[in-house]
Design a protein around this ligand. Sequence first.
Ligand code: ATP
Length: 236
Amino acid sequence: MLLEIDNLTLLYGRIQALHGISLTVAEGEIVALIGANGAGKTTTMRAISGLRPVAAGSIRFDGTDVTKMRADLRVIRGIGQSPEGRGVFPGMTVHENLEMGAYTRRDKAGIAEDLEMVYGLFPRLLERRKQPGGTLSGGEQQMLAVGRAMMTRPRLLLLDEPSMGLAPKLIQQIFEIITRINEQGTTILLVEQNAQQALSRAHRGYVLETGRIVKEGSGQELLTDPAVKEAYLGVA
Ligand code: ATP
């Protein structure tokens, strides 16, 4: 397993956001984590990337226990994140934002290669490479955040709500790009409100409810599960 989370508990002060969740992501997979607002999806991502300390449980990445490792060291190990709410640097150009993604790297040739790869995935970013990040549309900023995470050359890419706030056409496009990134060899853990799209793209998925995993299965199993359909896919 590339990622193994075992019995993870996380607290915000006295609020318990995660109640002992366990999940795995195998190399090469797209795994979707779905759930309602406040279920703990973003919190799970923060725990994996090291932005929040955990109270109990463990996180193993590629066989190493990273539960207490600093966030920047996890990036170097290969955990890349595109955070919810985008976090693009508004005053830097698109190109500079992408270069920032590679700040932990020293392999110039590899960085140049990956810039080309990101511009290939997102031609729109290439067109706007000299434009300040803050002047991009919401959808373009979302692409830039994903592109910047790709610049860390992650083995595991954590995507938090990549479709949030996008027009339907762009939602389709961003999911197609996610599939392409995966086909090119990057393992993906995807948090999404858009359960329909996420599950149809994912190999496997987990359903999170109030800090607990209540269901897991293949993307197809979850898509056709009556309870999942009713709660998350808007069909009774
Ligand atoms: P959303 O889709 O709305 O972002 P989510 O599934 O990502 O939801 P989380 O953001 O992980 O949910 O939140 C899980 C729980 O932890 C919620 O009850 C939330 O109110 C609480 N929470 C999140 N961040 C904090 C914080 N910084 N301080 C206190 N409580 C928090």
